[in-house]
Design a protein around this ligand. Structure first.
Ligand code: ADP
Ligand code: MG
Length: 349
């Protein structure tokens, strides 16, 4: 049994199912992301873990003991809310001390642990300020310190970085990840941002319509998506309709491709896995190939996106910048390792 176990959790609101049969095992010290679009049940799952929402079905256990019906204050979980939820009229230090005061920890011990927590999140010396006298990133750190100071069994973070600007968010990602690692604290991290999930966690659970669509490491999720939803939601993908000819062979853009020729399917290939080569170049072993015409190229800093058109459709190839980009209108071949091809059924409209 893992340190934290969610087994068949379900939560309904009226007729709609917010969380539907979610099971997840998290090892001690592991950081797992719940990644998915708005409304897919991430927050509800986190709130069930924290004891803020009661599941209709299923069980939660922590360190071998069932906690499904245990009240929130007896679970020892640190929760960082999306809105930070700091008390505006209390000093930073009192905000952080709150959970310790609730637990009846001695005054001197509180002072020592608050100082430690402030240092941990690099806010030493700012304990007497009010939250509104801090920047967004600093308030975020107060919320984190407040969750960590109780030495929680599990740290729960709900979209905790989404209110920060891009640069600060990037810095905080690394900072939170390194604190999480150095404390070895078991963490569930809710986000709709795939980069956040990929950079901050050991494993990712992709959620879709209240269910977990796939659980795995970043590379599993990215390179071996289990469902069409995962392939579309995580990273970018070229989606090319597959035609099936009368002999049952598959083609894309009326060019034969060695993929499965089932009806109503699309071929998915990541733009980064594709390369552009001269049409005259022989097709390498294990490579798939389509020919087309360069529509345009867009320089995006660290790479160039080349849009290629053929047979009425388009695809994007992501090439490292600095290498020669074919001119607009040029006939080119697009090649990729055949093993990078994924085929998914088209969804009913
Ligand atoms: N208290 C509530 N009452 C009614 N519906 C809710 C409540 N909380 C969440 N929901 C619904 O449950 C679904 C999942 O919500 P939530 O867990 O907040 O998703 P996420 O955090 O992934 O955006 C949504 O359709 C949402 O509208
Ligand atoms: Mg949410």
């Amino acid at each position: 049994m893992s340190y934290l176990e969610l087994a068949g959790l379900q939560k309904r609101y009226g007729n709609s199912v917010a969380v539907d049969d979610v099971s997840l095992s998290v090892e001690q010290g592991e950081a797992v992301a719940l990644l998915g679009p708005s409304g897919c049940g991430k927050t509800t799952t986190l709130r069930m873990l924290a004891g803020l929402v009661a599941p209709d079905h299923g069980a939660i256990s922590l360190d071998g003991a069932e906690i499904t019906r245990l009240p929130a204050h007896r679970r020892n979980m640190g929760y960082v809310f999306q809105s930070y939820a700091l008390f505006p009229h209390l000093s930073v230090a009192r905000n952080i001390a709150f959970g310790l005061e609730e637990r009846g920890v001695a005054r001197q011990e509180i002072a020592r642990r608050v100082d430690e927590a402030l240092a941990l999140v690099r806010l030493a010396g700012l304990g007497q300020r009010r939250p509104k006298e801090l920047s967004g990133g600093q308030q975020q750190r107060v919320a984190l310190a407040r969750a960590l100071v109780i030495q929680p069994s599990v740290l729960l973070l709900d979209e905790s970085l989404s209110n920060l600007d891009a640069k600060l968010r990037d810095a905080m990602r690394h900072e939170i990840r390194s604190i999480q690692r150095s404390l070895g604290i078991t963490t569930l991290f809710v986000t709709h941002d795939q980069v956040e999930a990929l950079t901050m966690c050991d494993r990712i659970a992709v959620m879709h319509r209240g269910r977990i669509a796939q659980i795995g490491g970043a590379e599993d999720i990215y390179d071996r998506p289990a469902t069409r939803f995962v392939a579309e939601f995580v990273g970018r993908a070229n989606v090319l309709p597959i035609q099936r000819d009368t002999q049952g062979r598959a083609s894309v853009w009326e060019q034969a491709l060695p993929v499965e020729a089932a009806m109503n399917t699309d071929l998915f290939v990541r733009p980064q896995r594709m390369r552009i080569v001269p049409v005259s170049e022989p097709v390498g072993e294990g490579m798939a190939r389509l020919t087309g015409r360069v529509l345009r190229s867009v320089f995006v800093g660290d790479h160039v996106e080349v849009l290629v058109e053929g047979g009425g459709g388009q695809l994007t190839v992501e090439m490292p910048s600095g290498i020669a980009i074919p001119a607009e209108g040029a006939e080119v071949a697009v090649v990729w390792p055949h093993a990078e091809s994924r085929v998914f059924a088209r969804e009913a409209p």
